[in-house]
Design a binder for this molecule. Structure first.
Ligand code: LMR
Length: 392
């Protein structure tokens, strides 16, 4: 049987991890996968996570199964962190293995509810979005998003694309810190998008993987909150990988907002999907997140460390934009300072990206997406000089 299998296409981001690992040059620089690194190149375990793990080890009395939807306290804490208060009667939710698990469950929920619904994706988007949708055999379409000339939003193109969405289609929106571009809608633009999609009768599907990495924990939830308040039905796939730094614990949540009288049935369908796919969701990371969010001191410590992480990335953005101004003698790369989140798409060609990798040992995704957090004070000028040498 297995001899019938064909090789699968490689995930470009994961492929880059392997190429970087196998490169023997000690001067190599990894700007590939979206993982936060401090100035020493370490992806640290956050202080509050360490403390919570110690407390958990001391107090945990059982590792029996958790609830099928995860622990209610985790789901409630996540709904409140993302949406604020007032959603208890509308929010069905399940804990999932990471943000990707939440995306997968959301897509399967859409498929169960309306197999004909088209899922609309921004062009570009995280490559795993179309990959999973294709794997599930769901109808898919794209709306314009990025203006390659300005490295900002092509807002007219975006509104034009979203104008083609039909009632009942699902529209995937990056809640903050757009991956891969780093270019984000202003709140005024969000209001226009929401008005258009509400008029059409579309179902927004928000991917929120970087809350706290852009403009702040509350600020990064603002667009998602606007969406939640404006539609009868909303899907939100959120990840704790980045903002809690617990990548390998696989901690995410899928929230499905519905009308109060539909909540029990929607919740039952979410539970069913968890049972079909992996039974019970992983609990360790979710439990740490719950402990942190419920304890005032731990929560304050986590928020202040998250803020340090965010400000570090902002300052790296500013120094890279300054260094590129000097190295290229132009303002072409000023957008790096205004982008938000971990990523910026630089707008280099694939050939230029290849030269940077082969000749300079600088690894970025083929579409010229860089992970800002992969930089430090030493490597910023090296990157700026290398970019100037390929892009003049
Ligand atoms: C990324 O885009 O680099 C991250 O979301 C990690 C991943 O799984 O691709």
């Amino acid at each position: 049987m297995l001899e019938t299998l064909n090789p699968q296409p490689q995930d470009k981001i994961l492929q880059l991890i392997a190429m970087y690992r196998d490169d023997p040059r000690t001067t190599k620089i990894d700007l590939g996968v979206g993982v936060y690194k401090d100035a020493t190149g370490l992806t640290p375990v956050m202080r509050a996570v360490k403390t919570a793990e110690k407390m958990l080890w001391e107090t945990e009395t059982t590792k029996t199964y958790t609830g099928l939807a995860g622990e209610p306290a985790y789901n409630a804490a996540m709904v409140s962190m993302i949406l604020g208060e007032g959603y208890a009667d509308r929010a069905a939710s399940v804990a999932t293995p990471g943000g990707t698990g939440a995306i997968r469950q959301a897509l399967e929920l859409i498929q169960l509810a309306n197999p004909k619904a088209t899922v609309w994706l921004s062009n570009p988007t995280w490559p795993n979005h179309p990959s999973i949708i294709k794997y599930l055999g769901m109808p898919m379409a794209e709306y314009r998003y990025f203006d390659a000339a300005t490295r900002g939003i092509d807002f007219a193109g975006l509104m034009d694309g979203l104008g083609k969405v039909r009632a009942g289609d699902a529209v995937l929106l990056h809640g903050c810190c757009h991956n891969p571009t780093g270019a984000n809608l202003s709140m005024d633009q969000w209001r226009q998008v929401v008005a258009l999609l509400a008029k059409i009768g579309a179902v927004p599907f928000v991917d929120l993987a970087y809350q706290g990495f852009g403009d702040g924990l509350e600020e990064d939830a603002e667009a998602t909150r606007l969406v939640a308040a404006s539609f009868p039905e909303v899907l939100i796939a959120a990840s704790c990988s980045k903002n809690f730094g617990i990548y390998r614990e696989r901690t995410g949540v899928l929230i499905a907002l519905t009308q109060p009288d539909r909540k029990a049935v929607v919740q039952g369908n979410l539970n069913f999907l968890n049972r079909q796919n992996y039974s019970f969701p992983p609990d360790h990371g979710a439990r740490l997140v719950t402990m942190i969010l419920q304890d005032d001191a731990l929560r304050a410590d986590w928020k202040s460390e998250l803020e340090e992480v965010r400000l570090n990335m902002l300052s790296l953005r500013q120094s890279l934009a300054d260094a590129l101004r000097r190295a290229t003698n132009s303002d072409r790369f000023d957008f790096v300072a205004t982008h938000r989140g971990m990523f910026s798409r630089l707008g280099l060609s694939e050939a230029q990206v290849n030269v940077l990798r082969e000749q300079h040992g600088i690894y970025m995704v083929g579409d010229s997406r860089i992970n800002i957090a992969g930089l430090n004070a030493r490597t910023v000028p090296i990157l700026a000089a290398a970019i100037a040498s390929v892009a003049g």
